[in-house]
Design a binder for this molecule. Structure first.
Ligand code: XMP
Ligand code: MG
Length: 174
């Protein structure tokens, strides 16, 4: 593989502004309810930490591990749960927080699994949504940014486990 170059797509400031807006909207929508937020590892860990600290309502948190990507940037098309949540979600209000929607397969799989457990409500907050024809018709309830069909890293997102720590979101070119 050749050298990778990367360009800022969303700066730390732009990210923070958008996270605040999402947190405001979520706080308003769930006011007076008991919200459980489920983050999808590893990509959503930074977003989740930022989001809940910008919210003005209390919430509980849990994490799930899902994998659809092998090494590299191509979806394997097969999703597996590598870590289940530890909380009972039956009759609870659930918000799933995910870093990015690409083919839609990961979120569709996860939401289907969670719905089998009969939550009271289940919505999704996805920070980046790629504009492309998805393999499944999945619609997120809260979206940070719609982006072109490119590969992005930083702010929790990785390429072969690298770049998650970067504070901005970058597009990478190979
Ligand atoms: P699907 O195709 O199931 O993919 O919607 C969702 C998962 O694939 C990963 N993904 C990316 N990770 N930059 C990344 O760092 C990207 O541009 C990208 N596109 C997809 C991600 O793990 C997500 O949960
Ligand atoms: Mg992910």
């Amino acid at each position: 593989m050749g050298k990778i170059s990367k360009k800022i797509l969303f700066s730390r400031d732009a990210i923070q502004k958008r996270v605040r807006e999402l947190a405001y909207q979520i706080s308003k929508d769930y006011a007076g309810r008991e919200l459980i937020i489920i983050g999808v590892l590893k990509g959503a860990f930074i977003l989740m930490a930022d989001l809940i600290r910008e919210m003005s309502i209390p919430c509980k948190v849990d994490f799930a591990g899902l994998a659809s990507y092998g090494a590299g940037s191509e979806s394997s098309g097969k999703v597996v749960m590598t870590k289940d949540i530890e909380t009972s979600i039956k009759e609870k209000d659930i918000l799933v927080v995910e870093d990015i929607l690409d083919t839609g397969l990961t979120m569709q799989y996860f939401v289907d699994r969670l719905k089998e457990r009969n939550p009271k409500s289940l919505k999704t907050c996805i920070f980046l949504v790629k504009r492309k024809k998805r393999k499944v018709n999945f619609k997120a309830d809260y979206v940070g940014f719609n982006i072109d069909n490119c590969f992005v890293v930083g702010y929790g997102l990785d390429f072969n486990e690298k770049y998650r720590f970067l504070p901005h979101i970058y597009v990478i070119k190979k």
